[in-house]
Design a protein around this ligand. Structure first.
Ligand code: NAP
Ligand code: ZN
Length: 346
């Protein structure tokens, strides 16, 4: 079937309305009528060419929520009418050690990204800025009834990308967690870390969003443009989650970690990050990275958010506003996720 979508025709060019072909529903496929698609900074990195050449035209969008309208003959985990979600991956080999461990995002054959990837049938994947998508049922998540669908969409990337390191590095009662950057990922990190019981600090470029940060669940909030922040908070945190889309001074943030503390990078800037080994050695600190999360963990995150009443703070936009939204994300002027209303694509 041919469906309406918004695509970037070439690197750095504005997105334009187009149509894409969706495959016929196979035995293990689900056809989803998309309701909302979040705008992730990764969409912008991808279409701007920050991460290398792409198979243009690219329809971005990996924070998808919609309703099942058709299922293949072998599908039992989803039914017509269900509210479902699709995140950053739509396939993986299912057999390698990573896949068997529930880390499909680290599939040794390479997971299939939701857009700009090569699916296992050889076609190029096209993402969620669209009215419909066909996805293998094993990569389709159930969205709990209690979460507003527009607010649920960003959980499929921003939610799982922050939930995974917070869980892995033990964010919880008695642990001091800092979140660097209060954007799409950062505001989810604050909500989730707070719900996990950690003491949460926001480290933002300025104090402009301080009131929001405290409302979202932060206990304290500091401006990184103020050099005294780095003196005042030296050695304080057990865990720092860096969500910044640009290069940061890694050594300055490592200095904020306690002995045995970990700085986890989820932000993925175009340029390399560097550090002085002494920043790690001097207090047995770790510097780590983390990419989205496996399917089972993503479902756990959605259920956790359902139980705790957590959704993203969203600004719902028409598809025609997508280029303007990109500009605002690049200017750190997002509060805190743009979500496209797919009805405006019909
Ligand atoms: P976003 O909404 O634009 O948030 C990024 C935040 O970083 C901004 O709101 C801003 O917060 C801060 N920031 C931006 N430029 C900065 C600069 N030059 N210096 C210091 N701080 C700056 O982006 P997002 O969607 O949350 O994504 C963040 C990053 O994570 C992107 O690189 C994205 O590609 C990556 N990502 C990674 C994964 C993964 O699996 N690891 C998944 C999704 C996204 P303040 O205004 O509060 O300072
Ligand atoms: Zn994303």
């Amino acid at each position: 079937m041919r469906v309406n979508a918004y695509a970037a025709p070439a690197a750095g060019e504005p997105l334009v309305p187009t149509t894409v072909e969706r495959r016929a529903v196979g035995p293990n496929d689900v056809l989803i009528a998309i309701e909302y698609a979040g705008i992730c900074h990764s969409d912008i990195h991808t279409v701007n060419g920050d991460w290398g050449p792409q198979p243009f035209p690219v329809v971005p969008g990996h924070e998808i929520v919609g309703t099942v309208t058709e299922v293949g003959s072998d599908v039992s985990r989803h039914a017509v009418g269900d509210r479902v979600g699709v995140g950053c991956m739509v396939n993986s080999c299912g057999e390698c050690e990573s896949c068997r461990n529930g880390d499909e995002q680290y599939c040794q054959q390479g997971m299939v990204p939701t857009y700009a990837g090569t699916d296992r049938d050889g076609t190029t994947t096209q993402g969620g800025y669209s009215t419909h998508v066909v996805v293998d049922a094993d990569y389709v998540l159930s969205v709990p009834a209690g979460i507003d669908p527009a607010a649920a969409a960003p959980l499929l990337c921003a939610g799982i990308t922050t939930y995974a390191p917070l869980r892995r590095w033990g964010a919880g009662p008695g642990r001091r967690v800092a979140v660097v950057g209060l954007g799409g990922l950062g505001h989810m990190a604050v909500k989730i870390a707070h719900a996990l019981g950690a003491e949460v600090t926001v480290l933002s470029q300025s104090l402009k969003k301080q009131e929001d940060g405290l409302r979202l669940g932060a206990d304290t909030y500091f401006a990184t443009s103020d050099p005294s922040t780095f003196e005042h908070l030296a050695g304080r945190f057990d865990l720092i989650v860096n969500t910044v889309s640009a290069v940061i001074d890694v050594d300055a943030y490592l200095g904020l970690l306690a002995v045995d503390g970990t700085l986890v990078n989820v932000g993925a800037p175009a340029e390399p990050l560097s550090l002085n080994a002494m920043s790690l050695i001097s207090a047995r600190r770790s510097y780590a990275g983390s990419m989205i999360g496996g399917i089972a963990l993503t479902q756990e995150m959605l259920d956790f958010c359902g139980e705790h009443g957590i959704g993203a703070e969203v600004e719902v936009i028409d598809a025609a506003q997508v280029n303007e939204a990109y500009e605002r994300v690049l200017a750190s002027d997002v509060r805190y996720r743009f979500v496209i209303d797919a009805a405006t694509l019909a």
